[in-house]
Design a protein around this ligand. Structure first.
Ligand code: MN3
Length: 233
């Protein structure tokens, strides 16, 4: 199943509409080019307090409403008036990966994609063990489900500085990888199945420096295994 997080038709915001109504209209002038943003912040797939007590509403509010929003806003500024504005988020990530003069574009597009994906991999009363074919594949790839958990935590804790821990499909193989900053499996030809954000903003309000406790809570109480399984098909 492909993942299209952000190609949502852009609607005028109430604020923009109000501004438009307030401005005098001069009929003789040509219509200015659209200034509507190319990308929008997708809503969370659950209420901001849905992941409590493992991720507080305060953390989720800041993380989605401020951090994720800022990446969307920065991306919109970077693509405005350029050919990038007409491309999909996925295309921008893939096309700017490793391109020296497109670092800012890659970083913001990557972070928009990574966060949109991160939210979908969690749910209220999630976590625990997957079932069926997904569990079989995890056991086959890592030896046991506990060995998978250990390796995922090790990747998340071992990511020096900001970044992400991932379960990915690489060819036919399930793998655990970690990426730094905005880097993403999408840029490496891998299919992301699950991710945990290990930037400090993801957990510091709730766990301070205890990243390992956050990752353990993520695996035990938050992972949406149905979403992960849907990505395998
Ligand atoms: Mn984040």
């Amino acid at each position: 199943m492909s993942f299209h997080p952000l190609r949502i038709p852009v609607l005028l915001s109430i604020a923009a509409l109000a501004t438009g109504l307030a401005a005098p209209v001069r009929a003789a002038e040509p219509t200015p080019p659209s200034t509507a943003p190319a990308f929008q912040l997708p809503p969370l797939p659950y209420a901001p307090d849905a992941l409590e007590p493992y991720v507080s509403a305060k953390t989720l509010g800041f993380h989605h409403g401020k951090h994720h929003q800022a990446y969307v806003d920065n991306l919109n500024k970077l693509v405005a008036g350029t050919p990038w504005a007409g491309r999909s988020l996925e295309q921008i990530v893939v096309d700017t990966a490793g391109v020296a003069d497109a670092t800012a574009l890659f970083n913001n597009a990557g972070q928009v994609w990574n966060h949109t994906f991160f939210w979908q991999g969690m749910k209220a009363r999630g976590g625990g063990k997957p079932t069926g074919r997904l569990l079989e594949r995890i056991e086959k790839s890592f030896g046991s489900f506990d060995a998978f958990k250990e390796a995922f935590v090790a990747a998340a804790v071992g990511q020096f500085g900001s970044g992400w821990a991932w379960l990915v499909l690489d060819g036919d193989a399930l793998k655990i990888v970690k990426t730094a900053n905005a880097d993403t499996p999408l840029a490496h030809g891998q299919t992301a199945l699950l991710t945990c954000d290990v930037w400090e903003h993801a957990y510091y309000l709730d766990y301070q420096n205890r990243r390992k406790d956050f990752v353990a809570a993520f695996l035990d109480h938050l992972v949406n295994w149905e979403f992960v399984a849907s990505r395998l098909k």
